[in-house]
Design a binder for this molecule. Sequence first.
Ligand SMILES: [Zn+2]
Length: 328
Amino acid sequence: MYNFQKIIQRIKWKWHDLRCAFGFGKSLTTEKKRDVILVYHGIDAIGSTAYNTRFISEAMFEKQVAYFAQNTHVLSLDDFFLERFSPNKMNLALTFDDGYQNNLTRALPILEKYKVPATFFITGIHSLNQKVLWPDVIDLTIPYLPKEIDILGIRFCKKRKNQLLAKETGENVKQFLQKKSQAEIELVLSQLNTDYPFPLNAYHPDYYQTLTDLEIKFLGQNPLITIGAHGVFHTDLTVLSEQECLNELQKSKDYLEKLIQKEVSAIAFPFGTYNKKVLIAAEKVGFTQLLALDKMGNISHPQMRERFGINPFISYQNQILAIIEGKY
Ligand SMILES: [Zn+2]
């Protein structure tokens, strides 16, 4: 988005907040407008976006769920795909990407309190003996790195807001690594770990801890929770060859199915990236529910649905309004 549009958007949000504060806000209880799959990531105690820009607080999450429970029809992902929709209410399915432990410790109690179903899309990193997603290792280690560092032969420099950018091209380190192979990313992780070990004690586990095998097993038994796949290594599937893509998808499905002893039929593509090859591979492996991030591009598939991402930077009223209207 252009900066100008961003400013206009911010003014719009502020104006709406102001009107709401004086009781003139747009009504949040509207008649059915559309059917939506929402995507959350992490839930923390205070709603900090300092470490991960996709986290909201427990209190904000509860407020949203309370609204959904009262004003919308929240369905499981299976029911959403089967279109078991309410004819007169907005139909919602809630999903969480990345398999953070806080989905269990902070989101689940709220989902249970309001009896609202949700789907957790979980990677298979624990099968690789890793506990932290590689993009989080990078993000959370950056503050502890020197001003300049070589990564896979490229010079990176730290910039404001703890960004690590390629000295020559300005490319963000995570975008740079996203296009590399798992072996190369693992090499970077192990090099970082030797010189700059992951600063476990510097952060609350909410910001890095992912669900263990035992916890996934436990969640799999909860009637409100559907477990979906999110790749094994949180790999950008579009970077893989056809065979590698099939392997990655099959392994992520097998890993979860073995744990929960149920079929896993949904996949949310890591980073939201996909192409024709990825969709064909997902279908071949047996996924029947394919979840994109945000609006789908040109490539569509009868079993694919777009999702609407939660925005941690706006007020409760603006968030609900955006969900109702389908745009920010
Ligand atoms: Zn993800």
